[in-house]
Design a protein around this ligand. Structure first.
Ligand code: FEO
Length: 167
């Protein structure tokens, strides 16, 4: 397996930072949900935090396999306050859409550089992003339909509590 090109190395290092930034952001979101007594949302967001750590680790492991130089850069302070759970999940969707765009950019680069192996890895992220955007959109719809407050909000929170597993 050829060593990673320097362009792809830089792009993957940047993506590791994006995944870790997303993780950090979910952790802040989870803490906010806790302060609002939304235990289900807090737990859902905690799980998402772990998923994002997994996404970063998968990239790190891949780079190590291909002798790429791993560079961990600073993670920005995440947004910690939200006007509502709907507002929070709108931020989740925006964040995931930005990650999707970034993945597409790296995929394009891997195509340009004829790095077929990296394309294989990135395809996994492309699929994962479909799921992530979809679940954020579904929660936004639930909050819009069921009402973002009172008993409607509690119902959505209970539904979020039932999330299990993940990758
Ligand atoms: Fe790893 Fe939610 O992007």
């Amino acid at each position: 397996m050829p060593q990673l090109s320097s362009k792809i190395t830089d792009a993957l290092n940047l993506q590791i930072n994006r995944e870790l930034s997303a993780a950090y952001s979910y952790l802040a979101m989870s803490a906010w949900a806790d302060t609002q007594n939304l235990a289900g949302a807090a737990s859902w967001l905690r799980q998402q935090w772990q998923e994002e750590l997994g996404h970063a680790t998968k990239l790190i492991d891949y780079m190590a396999e291909r002798d790429g130089k791993i560079v961990l850069s600073a993670i920005p302070q995440p947004t910690a306050t939200f006007s509502s759970l709907l507002n929070l999940f709108e931020s989740v969707l925006a964040q995931e859409k930005a990650v999707t765009e970034a993945i597409y950019g790296i995929y394009d680069l891997a195509v340009e550089e004829k790095d077929y192996a990296a394309q294989g890895l990135l395809q996994w992220y492309v699929n994962e992003q479909v799921e992530e955007e979809n679940s954020a959109s579904e929660i936004i719809s639930l909050l819009k339909i069921g009402g973002g407050e009172g008993s409607g909000l509690l119902m959505v929170d209970r539904q979020l509590a039932s999330r299990s597993g993940g990758q």
